[in-house]
Design a protein around this ligand. Structure first.
Ligand code: PEP
Ligand code: MG
Length: 556
C-alpha cells in the first residue's frame, strides 16, 4: 500500500481529501511599475475593491469562527477596513507603482509606524502584514494565504504552519495535519495535540500527493496512506464516533493513582482543561500571557492574568511555571541580546541574573493571585541546571510566601544530579520536550532531526528513570509535563519508571486515561524495562506498542 512516512506527533487516525496550504505570498519586485499609458486611477481603484473583498471574506469567516480564531479574524478584518493602508497604497499607484507593489510598500510604512508607537499598537504590526498578503494575493489572482476556508472535512498539507495560521484552524473541518517540515515540538505539533488532530510532521513526500487525493493519516505511526481501503475508512469513522470522557481520577488497572493534569498557555486555554475534567493544571506556561510585550507586565497585570486561571480550579492543583523566555519564545522585555545559540543561552530561570526584578515581581504576583483564589498553587522554574539554582529558586519562592516550589527537569545535568536538586526542591516536573532536545543535542524545532529529538530515545528514558529514583528516595513527586505525557503508550512507560503525574494538552487526557486504566502498574513497569533496553527510539516505541493491544482497540 503506497504510504508516506514522517514523524507522528499527535495520535489518532483520520481520513479526508488532501488540501494544500497555499505558498506564502512573496514580495512583488521593487521595479513593479505601471507601464506607460496605464490607467493609474483604475489601478488604484483595484486596491479599494481588493481590500473590500478581503474584509468581507474575513468578516464572513469570523462570523463562523470561535475563540482565538474569531478574535484573530476580526482584528485582521478591521485592519483591512482601515483606510490608512489603502489610502497610502493609492498614492503610491499615482506615483507610478503597480497596485501590488504599492500595497506592499504602504504596508511596510504602516507597520513601521505602528511598531514605533510601541505597546498594543506595535503588536498590530503583524495584522498589517497579514492584510497586506491577502490584498496582494487578491490583486495577483493567487489563493488567499493561510488555512483554506472549506466547509467539507479535509486533511491539510503544508510546508509548516506559522503561529498566525494556527489560530484560524477549525478542527471541525480540518481533520488532520501533515507537514513537510517541523519537529515533534514544533508549533504545528503542539497545536495539533491541543486540538486533538492526528498529525505527522517531517514528511516531505506529502507535497507530491495530488490535491484532492483521499488520504488516511495515522498520527501515532507517523504514516500517511494515499489509497486507504473502504474497510480502513470505515474503521476510522467508527473510532472517531467513540465518546471520549475522563472521570476525573487517573489510575492504573490495579488502582495506582496517577494524576492527569492539563497544560495551558494563557487564560484562554482554561476552558478546554475544565471541559476535559482535568485534575488540575500541571503546567501553566505564564510566558504565553505576555508574548510580544515590549515592557515587563506590572504586578497588577500579572495578578489579573493568573487569577483568571486559578479561579477555574478551586481546591485543585495548579503548577505555575515562572517565565520561560528565550529561544523559541522570545519576550522582548527579557531577551535583550541576539545570541548565536539561544537554546543554550539566556532562557528560563537564567534570565534572573540579568533581570532579577522580573522574577521577584512574578513571584509576588503569583503569591497574591494564590491568596485571592482557592486553587492549590505550586510554582516551578524552567531550565534549572544545578542544585544551587534549585535551592536559590526555592528560597526566593519562600521569601514571596510560596510554600511549594519545584523545578523542571529539562537539562540533563538536573536529571543526573536529581538527588541534589530534589534535596531543596519540593517536586520535579520533567519537561521532555527540552530534555530530549538537550540530551540528544537536536534542535526541537528542526524537522530533519525529529528522529533524534524523540522522548522514546532510551537515553532520555534513562534520565527520566534517574529523576524518578531520586524522587522516590526523597519522597518528592515527579511529574512529566512535556508532550511525551500525551502519548498513551509512552504514558504507561513513564508511570512504570515512577512518574506520579502526567500533564498534557487537555484533548489527550481521555485517551491517556483509558490506556492507563487498562494497564496494571506491574505491566507499566515491565513496559518501561522493555523501552529502556531498546537500542533505539523506534524499537522502544514499537516493542511497547505491540504489548498494548488496548491501543488498537481505541484506534490509537
Ligand atoms: C518541555 O520542555 O518539555 C516543556 C514542557 O516546556 P516547554 O515546551 O514550554 O519548553
Ligand atoms: Mg521546556
Amino acid at each position: 500500500m503506497p504510504e508516506i512516512t514522517g514523524v507522528g506527533v499527535s495520535p489518532g487516525r483520520a481520513v479526508g481529501p488532501l488540501v494544500r496550504m497555499p505558498d506564502p505570498v512573496t514580495e512583488p519586485s521593487r521595479d513593479s511599475r505601471l507601464v506607460e499609458g496605464a490607467d493609474a486611477e483604475a489601478e488604484a481603484e483595484r486596491i479599494v475593491a481588493a481590500a473590500a473583498r478581503v474584509r468581507d471574506e474575513l468578516d464572513a469567516r469570523a462570523a463562523r469562527a470561535h475563540g482565538d480564531g474569531k478574535a484573530v479574524l476580526e482584528a485582521t478584518a478591521l485592519m483591512a477596513a482601515d483606510p490608512t493602508l489603502v489610502g497610502a497604497a493609492q498614492q503610491k499607484v499615482a506615483a507610478g507603482l503597480t497596485s501590488a507593489r504599492a500595497v506592499w510598500e504602504a504596508a511596510d510604512e504602516v507597520a513601521a509606524m505602528l511598531t514605533s508607537l510601541g505597546g498594543y499598537m506595535a503588536e498590530r504590526a503583524r495584522d498589517v502584514a497579514d492584510v497586506r498578503d491577502r490584498i496582494v494575493a487578491e490583486l495577483s489572482g493567487l489563493p488567499a494565504p493561510g488555512v483554506p476556508d472549506r466547509v467539507e472535512p479535509f486533511v491539510l498539507a503544508a510546508h509548516d504552519l506559522a503561529p498566525a495560521d494556527t489560530a484560524t484552524l477549525d478542527p471541525a473541518t480540518c481533520v488532520a495535519l501533515v507537514t513537510a517540515e517541523g519537529g515533534p515540538t514544533s508549533h504545528t505539533a503542539i497545536l495539533a495535540r491541543a486540538l486533538g488532530l492526528p498529525a505527522v510532521v517531517s514528511a516531505p513526500g506529502v507535497l507530491d500527493v495530488a490535491v484532492g487525493t483521499v488520504v488516511l493519516v495515522d498520527g501515532a505511526a507517523g504514516v500517511v496512506r494515499t489509497d486507504p481501503t473502504a474497510d480502513d475508512i470505515e474503521q476510522v469513522r467508527k473510532v472517531a464516533a467513540r465518546a471520549r470522557t475522563f472521570d476525573g481520577m487517573g489510575r492504573t488497572a490495579d488502582g495506582r493513582r496517577v494524576q492527569l493534569l492539563a497544560n495551558i498557555g494563557d487564560p484562554t486555554g482554561v476552558a478546554a482543561a475544565v471541559e476535559a475534567n482535568a485534575e488540575g493544571v500541571g503546567l501553566f506556561r505564564t510566558e504565553f500571557c505576555f508574548l510580544g510585550h515590549t515592557e515587563a507586565p506590572t504586578v497588577d497585570e500579572q495578578v489579573t492574568a493568573y487569577r483568571a486561571v486559578l479561579a477555574a480550579f478551586p481546591g485543585k492543583k495548579v503548577v505555575v511555571r515562572t517565565l520561560d523566555a528565550g529561544a523559541d519564545k522570545p519576550l522582548p522585555f527579557l531577551n535583550l541580546a541576539d545570541e548565536a545559540n539561544p537554546a543554550l543561552g539566556m532562557r528560563g530561570l537564567r534570565t534572573v541574573t540579568r533581570s532579577e526584578g522580573v522574577l521577584t515581581d512574578q513571584l509576588t504576583a503569583i503569591a497574591a493571585a494564590a491568596a485571592a483564589e482557592g486553587a492549590e498553587v505550586w510554582v516551578m522554574a524552567p531550565m534549572v541546571a544545578t542544585a544551587d539554582e534549585a535551592a536559590d529558586f526555592v528560597a526566593r519562592c519562600a521569601a514571596a510566601g510560596l510554600a511549594t516550589a519545584g523545578v523542571m527537569v529539562e537539562v540533563p545535568s538536573a536529571a543526573l544530579t536529581a538527588t541534589h536538586v530534589l534535596a531543596s526542591a519540593h517536586f520535579a516536573s520533567i519537561g521532555t520536550n527540552d530534555l530530549s532536545q538537550y540530551t540528544m543535542a537536536a534542535d526541537r524545532l528542526l524537522g530533519e532531526l525529529a528522529r533524534l529529538n524523540d522522548p522514546w530515545q532510551p537515553a532520555v528514558l534513562r534520565l527520566i528513570q534517574l529523576t524518578c529514583r531520586a524522587g522516590a528516595e526523597l519522597d518528592r513527586p515527579v511529574g512529566v509535563c512535556g508532550e511525551a505525557a500525551a502519548d498513551p503508550a509512552l504514558a504507561c512507560v513513564l508511570v512504570g519508571l515512577g512518574v506520579t503525574s502526567l500533564s498534557m494538552t487537555p484533548r489527550s487526557i481521555p485517551d491517556v486515561a483509558d490506556v492507563l486504566r487498562a494497564t496494571s502498574y506491574e505491566e507499566c513497569a515491565r513496559l518501561s524495562e522493555l523501552a529502556l533496553v531498546a537500542t533505539n527510539a523506534a524499537t522502544a516505541r514499537g516493542d511497547v506498542r505491540t504489548q498494548l493491544p488496548v491501543l488498537a482497540g481505541l484506534g490509537l
